[in-house]
Design a protein around this ligand. Structure first.
Ligand code: PXP
Length: 242
């Protein structure tokens, strides 16, 4: 079965829009888990625009499934991760001015830094994933630096403006999955997935986990969080049945 990790950052975005203490991502995590998600994903950004240190600390104690911390290779955040010990970290690039994570990691330029980071996480038995574009070189380097998993960036597929472009991006992701499996990596995928574009990705054999955030939280405003998670789970299951 393909696992579903739900990113709850945007519950915190709504809270931060008013600088109050609700809605609480900790409460959201419990509902998401009861709705059948396989993991909770949060991104502790350097600018703390949504998830805060307090959220991560409490989630570490309350999440029963799996806590996946998305983080940049930033010294302050690395220290927090080593102290918190999530089940898994997904290393992402981060620029202050971006709206969301716009591209995969540049594993070639930051190879040494990422290799050291991976080793430090492994010393705490934290599972490590690199968020990369579906490029053979990035996949190979992720393996070489000791990463356990890769998460293939599906943003270009989601943003494709024509069916031909979409098919081309889908093909790149399929090839990336093959390549990752060949190197013995766990292969996950995510970014920009929603109720209308998830199925073709969910049908790719070998993808172990999908990480989805914005579309689920957006739907939750209308139908509730429990139903939003279950709807996504149902679509993934439908795709798997073919
Ligand atoms: N995977 C990674 C590595 C991400 O950085 C994000 C965004 O935080 C997601 C998945 C989820 O993306 P979206 O919110 O577009 O579903």
């Amino acid at each position: 079965m393909m696992r579903l990790g739900v990113n709850i950052d945007h519950v915190a975005t709504v809270r931060q829009a008013r600088g109050v203490d609700y809605p609480d991502p900790v409460a959201a995590a419990a509902i998401v888990e009861m709705a059948g998600a396989d993991g909770i994903v949060v991104h502790l950004r350097e600018d703390r625009r949504h998830i805060h240190d307090r959220d991560l600390a409490i989630l570490r104690k309350t999440v029963k499934s799996k806590l996946n911390l998305e983080m940049a290779a930033n010294d302050e955040i690395i220290d927090i991760a080593l102290e918190t010990v999530p089940d898994m970290v997904t290393i992402v690039p981060e620029r202050r001015e971006e709206l969301t994570t716009e591209g995969g990691l540049d594993v070639e330029t930051y190879y040494d830094k990422l290799a050291v980071l991976t080793e430090r996480m492994h010393a705490k038995e934290i599972f490590v994933s690199m968020f990369i574009d579906p490029e053979p070189k990035a996949i190979e380097l992720s393996r070489k630096m000791g990463s356990d998993a890769i998460e293939l960036h599906t943003g270009r597929y989601c943003d494709a403006s024509t069916p031909a472009e979409r098919e081309k991006e889908l093909e790149r992701i399929r090839a990336g999955v093959e390549e990752g499996l060949k190197w013995g990596l766990q292969v996950n995928a995510g970014h920009g997935l929603n109720y209308f574009n998830v199925k073709p990705i969910a049908m790719i054999p070998g993808v172990e986990e999908l990480n989805i955030g914005h579309s689920i939280i957006a739907r939750a405003i209308f139908v509730g969080l429990d139903r939003a998670v279950r709807d996504m789970r149902a679509l993934i299951d439908e795709a798997l049945r073919g």
